[in-house]
Structure formats: structure tokens, C-alpha cells
Design a protein around this ligand. Structure first.
Ligand SMILES: Nc1ncnc2c1ncn2[C@@H]1O[C@H](COP(=O)(O)OP(=O)(O)O)[C@@H](O)[C@H]1O
Ligand SMILES: [Mg+2]
Length: 261
């Protein structure tokens, strides 16, 4: 079978998981061209966990879609170490398939031989702590469980880079807390690189090694912070709260500046 996700050795042999160089993006509309992203340069190192933080509408999803290759930049270039896996706020699971079969579909598309798929799907369900849920249909699963299956399906793609667009934004606070713990554990176990988009400052600080703040209209990199707080962190830990406050003030400044334009 193809190797599972990224091993530390593989991760060390490449220079970057994603390299975003001088990327701009405009969309055409009735009022003419709108510049959404302006000259973004950002590397995600192999095995690194980066959160991209910014106000609603600042271009986070646009940037993630460009990194995913779903759209092309208007200027600049994007390179990734292999094809990234994606996870969104909406789980986008096929409702007519069971949890296990949803994962197997991703394995099939990834070229995993038929005879290996069931075992691998069970392993992935175990990794997201859903052992025993192979035969469950999507409507039988809670919101948190659905996002676990979506995560397992993303991991099934054996990408070295995982792109996440506000994947826990629709969950209640306690479920989100638990999924933060799971994601941290899985990231540490697999050596994956993660680029995680959120508008939630505490979530950004809870998860990341590095928080990158985007300004609004156009989206530019306003500032970044290295987060040295040891994992596992809790969202209510004093150092998390302290850094979140500092970042929130900066974010407020960005929003005010935008409001005055
Ligand atoms: N396909 C598109 N066509 C036109 N405008 C778009 C398109 N996609 C996004 N936009 C615009 O780009 C801006 C940033 O959107 P988005 O990246 O979704 O923001 P965020 O994810 O940070 O909330 C918004 O003003 C949005 O209307
Ligand atoms: Mg978005």
C-alpha cells in the first residue's frame, strides 16, 4: 500500500509544504475589478501548523482556494508539496454513503487497491476516534462526528499538506474544544503541514505554531506571531488568552482602518 500520510523523513526532504509568492487576486464585478488579495508572500514549512486569521470577507477562503488549486492567482505563484487535502466548514460527505464508504471513496480516488480500502478506512476512523462507526450513515452522526469523518476522509488522501477552512466554525464550543485536541494530536502523530483558516483569534492561538493576520480590502499580511506556548494548550490558558488579546487589538485596528476607507 502507498505510504500513509507524511512521515517525518519525507517531510524533511522538501523545503516547503506551500510556497506563496507575491500572490494577488482580483475578481471582476459590475463595479469593475475588485482587488481581494494584494501581494501575499507566505511559506508553510514541512510539518508546520499555520493559522491564517482575518475578518470576514478579507480573502481567507480565496487564498486557501488558490493554494488548493481550485482557482488561479491574478499575479504571483503558488507551489505545494504534492496535492493538498481540503476540509471545509460544511462536511460535504455523501449522505447516501456510510462513514466508512465516504472514506473509502477518497482512498479509491487516491489509487488504494480495493482489498486494502476497508482496513485503511477502519484505521482512519480509529485515528479520529470513531472506531465502530464504519457502517453509520451521515444522518446518524452528530455535527462533531461528521467533521471527524470529514477529517478522516481528508487524511485518506495521503497529502502532506492539509488545508482547513473554518472547519469547526459551526460546532458548539465544547465539541470544538475536543476537536482542537484531536487535531493537535493527529498533527503531532502524522507530521502533516496544516494551513488553517479562521476568524476566531483564540482558535488560531490554541492551534498554531504561527498566526498570520490578514488585513481587509485588500487582504495583505498585516503581521504574524510565533506561538511558543507548549501543546497541549487549552483555549482558556492564561498565555493563550494573553496573546489572543494582543492579536485581537491588532485585528480591531485592521477592521477600524478598513471602516474608515
Ligand atoms: N468567485 C468570486 N467572484 C467575485 N468575488 C468573489 C469571489 N470569491 C470571493 N469574492 C469576494 O472576495 C472577498 C473575499 O472573500 P472570501 O475569500 O470568501 O473571504 P473570507 O473567507 O475571508 O471571509 C469578498 O468580498 C467576496 O465577495
Ligand atoms: Mg471564508
Amino acid at each position: 500500500m502507498a505510504t500513509a500520510i507524511a512521515t517525518a523523513d519525507q517531510a524533511e526532504s522538501v523545503e516547503y509544504a506551500a510556497r506563496i509568492e507575491h500572490v494577488s487576486k482580483s475578481f471582476g464585478g459590475p463595479a469593475g475589478q475588485q482587488l481581494v488579495l494584494d501581494d501575499i508572500t507566505l511559506d508553510v514549512a514541512p510539518g508546520e501548523f499555520v493559522t491564517l486569521l482575518g475578518a470576514s470577507g478579507c480573502g481567507k477562503s480565496t487564498l486557501l482556494n488558490l493554494v488548493a488549486g481550485l482557482d488561479d492567482p491574478s499575479a504571483g505563484s503558488i507551489k505545494t508539496d504534492g496535492r493538498p487535502a481540503l476540509m471545509f466548514q460544511e462536511h460535504a460527505l455523501f449522505p447516501w454513503l456510510t462513514a466508512g464508504k465516504n472514506i473509502e471513496l477518497a482512498l479509491k480516488l487516491g489509487g488504494v487497491p480495493k482489498n486494502d480500502r476497508r482496513t485503511r478506512a477502519e484505521e482512519l476512523l480509529e485515528l479520529v476516534r470513531l472506531q465502530g462507526s464504519y457502517g453509520k450513515r451521515v444522518h446518524e452522526l452528530s455535527g462533531g462526528m461528521r467533521q471527524r469523518v470529514a477529517l478522516a476522509r481528508a487524511l485518506a488522501q495521503e497529502s502532506r499538506l492539509l488545508l482547513m477552512d473554518e472547519p469547526f466554525a459551526a460546532l458548539d464550543a465544547i465539541t470544538r474544544d475536543v476537536l482542537h485536541d484531536e487535531l493537535t494530536r493527529i498533527w503531532e502523530e502524522t507530521g502533516l503541514s496544516v494551513l488553517f483558516v479562521t476568524h476566531n483569534v483564540r482558535e488560531a492561538v490554541r492551534l498554531a505554531q504561527r498566526v498570520v493576520l490578514l488585513s481587509s480590502r485588500p487582504g495583505r499580511i498585516a503581521r504574524e506571531w510565533t506561538v511558543d506556548i507548549p501543546q497541549p494548550r487549552r483555549i482558556e490558558d492564561a498565555p493563550v488568552a494573553e496573546l489572543s488579546l494582543e492579536i485581537t487589538e491588532q485585528l480591531r485596528g485592521e477592521i477600524r482602518r478598513h471602516g474608515q476607507q
